[in-house]
Design a binder for this molecule. Sequence first.
Ligand code: ADP
Ligand code: MG
Length: 138
Amino acid sequence: MERTLSIIKPDGVEKNVVGEIISRFEKNGLNIAAMKKIKLSKSDAEGFYAVHKERPFFGSLTDFMSRGPVVVIVLEGEGAISKNREIMGATNPEEAAEGTIRKDFATNIEENTVHGSDAPETAEVEINYFFNAFEITG
Ligand code: ADP
Ligand code: MG
């Protein structure tokens, strides 16, 4: 059993597709081990995306991620990290496969509706960024 962090980004919340996105996770065999709706400050977003701090889009990305509420979710299941990345689709919605969340809902490469951890090490760090042990019920 593996865990991964999903974030429904501000554009997904604004488009009112939170339920639709969660439904896709559940239909694909991923369980919700923890979930909450929160608002990131600019510095919360900068901390979360610290790995991208040298990238030209860092300022714009962290403005976007802190402009409105997000839903943070711990997904649990067999191969949850790669399964979630499949359900999400490619970073750039123009390159995302049919039927993926980003293909169906993303606005552009930045406002791409969902985040998903990319490896076991980042999943652990990202889950711990938002949740404590009491909040993760499995
Ligand atoms: P992913 O979210 O698919 O793992 P990355 O880790 O490469 O993608 O990038 C993190 C986030 O930064 C993306 O989801 C997207 O919101 C934003 N981003 C990535 N590349 C660009 C870009 N070229 N221009 C603007 N924003 C970008
Ligand atoms: Mg990434």
